[in-house]
Design a binder for this molecule. Structure first.
Ligand code: PRP
Ligand code: ADE
Length: 179
């Protein structure tokens, strides 16, 4: 990934102070997606990072993880599995509760979407506390899948998510950091 491409990606991400709560600097990927060159560079960079790893499935977490996980899965020729907020998935599910940088929530996955032998790549737009991806990793492992890699467009290294995921045996890759 060239420095130019990484600059295009990082500069396309707008920062909104005090959203959704006072004190939060919100790193907004909608501005990245409004820039086709930046969006394409983002997917290309994730493909370059994750091709030839032997993954069997890509998971994206609701909702912003869908925006990067689904195009990446298509580009890699792999199935895409959504992890969703409660009550959204129609087949039988399992659930995990988790803490956010600014709240608390639950995530669910279809029970039959992951099984023994699956080697899963988890994708989200942003890593903050790591709570979302910790819950996602637990869901995958409860269903017998293997997960050792999580990829992000943005990491916020000061908030501790990388350490939380490292303690779970997860290798983190992110395209840009906002310290
Ligand atoms: C945001 C973001 C990540 C998560 C990161 O999602 O898209 O999924 O928070 O925070 P964490 O590392 O502290 O868990 P949010 O739950 O706000 O939902 P959204 O994608 O539907 O906006
Ligand atoms: N999700 C959690 N923290 C966030 C932040 N600072 N900006 C955008 N999305 C987030």
């Amino acid at each position: 990934m060239s420095t130019d491409s990484l600059n295009v990606i990082k500069q396309s991400i707008q920062t909104i102070p005090d959203y959704p709560k006072p004190g939060i600097l919100f790193r907004d990927v909608t501005s990245l997606m409004e820039d086709p060159a930046a969006y394409q560079a983002t997917i290309d960079a994730l493909v370059a990072q994750y091709r030839d790893h032997g993954f069997t499935k890509v998971i994206g977490t609701e909702s912003r993880g869908f925006l990067f996980g689904a195009p990446l899965a298509l580009a890699l020729g792999l199935p895409f599995v959504p992890v969703r907020k409660p009550g959204k998935l129609p087949r039988a599910v399992i659930s995990e509760n988790y803490q956010l940088e600014y709240g608390e929530d639950t995530l669910e996955i279809h029970r039959d979407a992951i099984g023994e032998g699956d080697k899963v790549l988890v994708i989200d737009d942003l890593l903050a506390t790591g709570g979302t991806i910790e819950a996602t990793v637990k869901l995958v492992r409860r269903l017998g899948g293997t997960v050792e890699h999580a990829g992000f467009v943005i990491s916020l290294p000061d908030i501790g998510g990388e350490e939380k995921l490292a303690a779970l045996g997860i290798n983190v890759y992110s395209l840009c950091e906002f310290a």
